[in-house]
Design a protein around this ligand. Structure first.
Ligand code: HEC
Length: 137
């Protein structure tokens, strides 16, 4: 009787530990959700993508972002691979379908390994041109 009870307790413990490990892996891949302040959430992209401003967006993206996010946004940039934080894929529907202001906050305010670009890219229009360009990936 006692042996059975011990077996049962260990099986339950085993299942619990296994699930915990499983969950931590499943969660680790996609990164934690972003906490976007209301002020940013409400922002609307004042620009419309066109050939001319997509060109500017590409130049700025290649200069400031590609080293980590990769030329095509897959997250395979040389610098990005060296970070502790896993690089997100910004070519996905999940990324693109987010509100303008969410993309803006993530791109220029940043957090942790994602640098702040407010000083390096001071022009509002330039910022939206980069966002337009990334939406084409
Ligand atoms: C030093 C490497 C690095 C550079 C340079 C960089 N990023 Fe990032 N970026 C990251 C990392 C790491 C994350 C994930 C951060 C997190 O989830 O905490 C990220 C996340 C993002 C996200 C959120 C994507 C998502 O779905 O989670 C956007 C948008 C983004 N970056 C845009 C940009 C733009 C635009 C530039 C250039 C102006 C840029 N990044 C430059 C490292 C970088």
């Amino acid at each position: 009787m006692r042996k059975n009870l011990v077996k049962l307790v260990f099986s339950i413990l085993g299942i619990m530990i296994f699930s915990l490990i499983l969950f931590s892996f499943a969660d680790g891949g996609k990164g934690k959700p972003w906490d976007i302040p209301a002020k940013y959430k409400k922002m609307k992209n004042p620009t419309t993508a066109n050939a001319e401003n997509l060109k500017i967006g590409k130049q700025l993206y290649d200069k400031h972002c590609a080293s980590c996010h990769g030329k095509k946004g897959l997250g395979d940039g040389v610098k990005g691979k060296k970070l502790d934080t896993e690089m997100p894929d910004i070519t996905t529907k999940t990324y693109k379908s987010q509100a303008d202001g969410v993309k803006y906050y993530q791109s220029f305010i940043g957090r942790d390994d994602m640098p702040n670009f407010e000083k390096k890219i001071p022009d509002e229009e330039d910022r939206w041109f980069i966002i337009n360009y990334m939406d084409k990936f």
